[in-house]
Every structure is written in structure tokens, then in C-alpha cells.
Design a binder for this molecule. Sequence first.
Ligand SMILES: *Cc1c(COP(=O)(O)O)cnc(C)c1O
Length: 405
Amino acid sequence: MFEVNQNYAKLPGSYLFANIGRKVSAYTAANPDKKIIRLGIGDVTQPLTPTVVQALKDASEEMAHAETFHGYPDYEGAAFLRKAIVERDFQPLGVDIGMDEIFVNDGAKSDSSDLSDIFSLNNKVAVCDPVYPVYVNTNAMCGRAGDYDPATERWSNVIYMPCTEGNGFLPELPRETPDIIYLCFPNNPTGMAITRDQLQVWVDYARKVGAVIIYDNAYEAYITEDDVPHSIYECPGAQECAIEMRSFSKNAGFTGVRLGYTVVPKALKSSDGVSLNSMWATHQEMKFNGVSYIIQKAGEAVYTPQGRAETRQLVAFYQKNAAAILSGLTEAGYTCYGGVNSPYIWLKTPNGMGSWEFFDFLLNTANVVGTPGSGFGPSGEGFFRLTAFGSYENILEALDRIKKI
Ligand SMILES: *Cc1c(COP(=O)(O)O)cnc(C)c1O
């Protein structure tokens, strides 16, 4: 009789968005005439840009002819795309990353979970609290997180690094030494960014204790401030200790197209000298058959001058929304964080309300839906996430309603 992986049974389940859905459905059933405005979504809302759409069509047309048809792609990604990535994402930063250090994938989520496969189960993971839930849950699924305690909402074998108002939502170096450190900046959910000097502290620390940093850089396109790094490799020494993940989802609107990449530098070695680059190449060769040629051509188009101009406009659209939310809520007397280098605004609930209490209050009084901060971890309690994805008009209307309550 077969047995299943018991680690799956330990997962707490993702009741955050299910709970939100239930509460909103109940409210709309009781108040069918009310217009709900959703500022809780973590998905882009604008369509693909013309240059990307053209590239998709052209590549599809190529596939329709024997002479230009493409079969299995290279599992590490097409050379044309990896070349564009190296030349556009890293060379302008003065960062020397080779094409053979880039692994193209179907988005950052798969690799942020699959990377946990190449490390020993004895390794200890450190994460921020609040956090994007994928990092912890996938380590739990392979048996590295220990047991889940619903009372504290914590896994027994995970090091949590609280990100609070007190530390400016930046984690402090943990007291217990981790082996794998997940960092995401600009951050989801807090919307806060890290400066180059602050990130350097983590790079130096990781090298000192022999830890690897898994750096989720999905929101790089939203960076506006000069002292915020566009890649962890801007920090000297990072190629010896860090893996970086990028995604085309939040900049070029590829959430439904699926494309991303992971950088695994050749200089990154385990304590016994094993190259993570060659391990990851093996992982991808054995478990992945590459990204569709058509999608990779669309990704290449994002790096053309016209594609880049259109992507900048797309990001500017959401940045304008974020700025409107930030200034509108501040005017209304709320304390807000994030929103400057990120499409996320992390707002402090008024009068010491709990995150869910504020969710109900906002739904009932303003018919506005956001995401309770406590859903991302215990340190998110007393905070609330609003996102800049959506229409400008809806955001203005939401702010208007919030100002009136
Ligand atoms: C949206 C997001 C991603 C991107 O995921 P994809 O799989 O590339 O769409 C990665 N990390 C975080 C924290 C995100 O919010």
C-alpha cells in the first residue's frame, strides 16, 4: 500500500484569500446594490503591450512552418533571451553575470519553491515575518520546516525575522544562525525596499556564516530611489552567496503568460565545494523541459527599445496608482508604508484595530476590499495591504469613500 508525503498534511492551508472571498460574497449577497472596490489583488490588471503581443503573434506564425518550427527548447533558456537578460538587466549595473548563470523559467514561483530541493534537509531556513507564504510552505512540504503550531502560526524549525514598524520593516540579523535566508525586496507584502548598504550587511553576514541568500527580486521594476539596488549582485561578494529570482509578471504583465529567470552564479559553492550552478543545471535538466519558444520571444521583445518603453509605461501606470493611494490615505490621517518602490501600500490599522477587524470595517463602511496583514504572518497583525493594481478611477473612488468614514 502506498504512503503519501506526510509533510503535506502539516500545511495550515491558505485560508487567507478563501476567508476574504467568503466575507465579500456574504456581504454582496446581503447588499446586492453596493459596488465593491477591490484593492486586495496581487495580480496585474493592464493588458499586454503591443510589442509583446506582436512578438507572440510572430513567434506563433514561425511555429506554423516547417522551416521555422521549434521543438523542445533548451531547458536553461534560449540563448537570445539569456543574452538580452545579461545585456539589459546586469551589464548596465556593472554586474558581470554570464549567460550560463541564467536559468529561464515559467515564473519566480516555481523556482522559489523548487530551489528548496537542492539543499540538505538539515539546513535551517530563515524568513521575514510577514512573508510571501511560498518560501515557508515549500520548505515544509519537503520536510525542512518541522511542525506547524496553529496557536503561534509558526513552524518549529524555521527562524522568523520580524519586520515591524520598530525596525522599519527590515529584518535584523537573526540570533540563531540560518543556512538558507529568503529575502524579498522591494517586499511583498510590506512594499518596503532595502538600500544597497543595508543589503550589503546581509551579503557580508551570509558569507561569514556560510549561508545562502535566496533573493526574490520580482518587484525590481518598481524601484524609484537611487540607493535601492536593482540586483543583489550590486553588492560585492553576492555572487559567492546569493541566488536571485526575477519575473516578467509584475513589470511586463506576464502573470498569465508565465516567464521568469533565476541567477545561480558559478562562484556560489557549498561548504564542501559543490557548485550550486551545476546542481541547478542538473535539477532543471532532470525536472524541466524549458519555456515555450513563443513565450521566450515575447520575453525578448520586452528588452527591445520599444518594449522597454512600453513596460516603463505599464509600471508607471501602477506607480501613479500607488502614489495616489499613499497620498490619499496619508491625507485621511492613516499611517502608511511602502508604495514608493513598490505597488504595495502597508497601512497601519487605526485605533489599534486588528487586521481582520479593519477588513470588516472597511468592507462595511467603504465597500473596499484589501488584505489583512496578519494573513502574511503574526508580525503583520495591525497592518493591512492595499495594492496599486486596478483602475485609477476606482482607486480615487475608494479613497473618496475612505475619507468620508
Ligand atoms: C508576484 C510575485 C512573484 C512572481 O511570481 P511569478 O511566478 O513570476 O508570477 C514572486 N515573488 C513574489 C513575492 C511575488 O509577489
